[in-house]
Design a protein around this ligand. Sequence first.
Ligand SMILES: [Ca+2]
Ligand SMILES: [Ca+2]
Ligand SMILES: [Ca+2]
Ligand SMILES: [Ca+2]
Length: 265
Amino acid sequence: MKGSRSLLALAIGLAATAAQAQVTLNELYINPPGTDNGLEFVEIRTSLPSTLLDGIWFVGIEGDGPAAGTVDFAYDLSALSSGANGYLLIRDAATALAPAPDAATAVAVQDFAPDIENGSNTYLLVRGFTGSVGQDLDTENDGTLETRPWTATLDGISLIENDGTANIGYAAQFGYTVFSAQATFNADSLFRVEGGGWAGADTLGTAPGPFTIDATRAALAGGAPVEMQGTLTPGSPNAVAVVPEPATLALFALGGLGLLALRRR
Ligand SMILES: [Ca+2]
Ligand SMILES: [Ca+2]
Ligand SMILES: [Ca+2]
Ligand SMILES: [Ca+2]
């Protein structure tokens, strides 16, 4: 009995499906330098390894002015699976981006056509999408999608640009993060900070990367610009972090001295 249960557990483990795992957006490169075509990417994580994204869609919803609520794109990810490390990298083209993805990451090429729009947009992972590109899900443009042609919302993030016109982020409707407009920049990239929430930043560098964070044009979602350092990591754990303030470093140093003093007693 014990043996058969182990076998069953093994079978389930080998055939992990998105119904069992958490599926989340982890990093998006929306506005690469120059022509975006061929350089954009979306990184998805699953809480279980080698998970088939059966029935899951990556959907973009317009957030700009009168067009707000229109489905910009909808890609069926059903045939894709995360790698043994739970990472799936979806690239706009076969162009290998630097740094190279982790060897255990599953890599898929999906030509985003049109390319992922720079500006105000909401990016969602949903299950069972039955809508269509061009469909307006918020006909009154009141910031709430009254039409939701899918069965479950798994994750989302909105980016709001600073063009001063009406901009809507729909992620909040589903309890997810909205990266609000920043006065000094429109983020090129959105990424989760390891162990924390979402952040956004402009990037420096040339194709095919590495693309580094512009240290002075970065912010944690919900916050003002803050100095950040790191590089976009298509297909491997995110590697951007807030640079500790000198005052914080000084406190760490003082704490260390305090410990030394205690040990000497
Ligand atoms: Ca493209
Ligand atoms: Ca773009
Ligand atoms: Ca509405
Ligand atoms: Ca990454």
